[in-house]
Design a protein around this ligand. Structure first.
Ligand code: AMP
Length: 231
């Protein structure tokens, strides 16, 4: 693993492992934007655009969207200005991508895009099913709540924008099981693939402790210039 501070980080973990929550906590620390592939695809579905039409069936069924499609979306997104540092290098905090070896390899062959650090949030599947079946999401601002662990102040209303909360269509138990199977078969092999870049975190703890562990594991890079600053 590099001794310089990473500026391209991938968060790896099953659905419900807490990648989005950890990403929000890391953004201010790293400055790189949080890119959630799931949020991007849900925005396309909500907008009813061509991409949304192409992905909504896969998503509702708990299946991955085609590699070529998501690669196009992420490649385009990392061209945006917020993913550039002053010297023109790429920076990101990726959540939900890559999810297959094909996706990982497509980024690995490009030294300007390849991740420099992979944070793996380990959580067992019973905990995940409990988290996802209780999850309530704001369709307007994307905020996430949990009926037991992080309830909104007002039942079924978003604390941030007041919109009515929903159960994501893919957060029903049979779809969750399909998503977990897809994770085991197609995404879990990335843990070995990224062995040299990997930091393992116990994602089964409460959200504050998970974030504290992630931040502690990144301490060795405090004060270092981000890798890629001069790319
Ligand atoms: P998430 O919010 O990350 O759980 O993603 C929701 C859904 O979007 C997934 O169940 C997939 O259908 C789709 N999706 C998100 N990211 C990817 C990806 N990298 N590859 C394939 N499908 C994806």
């Amino acid at each position: 693993m590099s001794s310089r501070r990473p500026s391209r980080i991938v968060l790896l973990g099953a659905p419900g492992a807490g990648k989005g929550t950890v990403a929000l906590g890391m953004v201010s620390l790293f400055g790189a934007p949080h890119l959630s592939s799931g949020d991007m695809l849900r925005a396309a579905v909500a907008a009813g655009n061509e991409l949304g039409e192409r992905v909504k069936g896969h998503m509702a069924a708990g299946q991955f969207v085609p590699d070529a499609l998501i690669l196009e979306v992420i490649r385009e997104r990392v061209q945006h200005r917020d993913c550039r540092n002053d010297a023109g290098g790429v920076r990101y905090l990726l959540d939900g991508f890559p999810r297959t070896l094909v996706q990982a390899e497509a980024f690995a062959v490009d030294s300007k895009l390849a991740p420099q650090l992979v944070v793996h949030l380990k959580v067992n599947s019973d905990v995940i099913v409990g988290r996802l079946t209780g999850r309530r999401t704001c369709p307007n601002c994307g905020a996430s709540f949990h009926v037991a662990f992080a309830p909104p102040a007002k039942t079924d209303a978003c604390d941030h924008c007041g919109s009515g909360l929903i159960v994501r269509p893919d957060d029903h138990e049979d779809t969750i099981r399909r998503r977990l199977t897809a994770y085991e078969l197609q995404t879990a092999p990335l843990i070995d693939y990224y062995a040299d870049l990997l930091i393992e975190i116990d994602g089964g703890q409460g959200r504050d402790q998970v974030l504290a562990d992630v931040i502690a594991s990144l301490k060795p890079w405090d004060g270092e210039t981000p890798v890629g600053a001069n790319l």
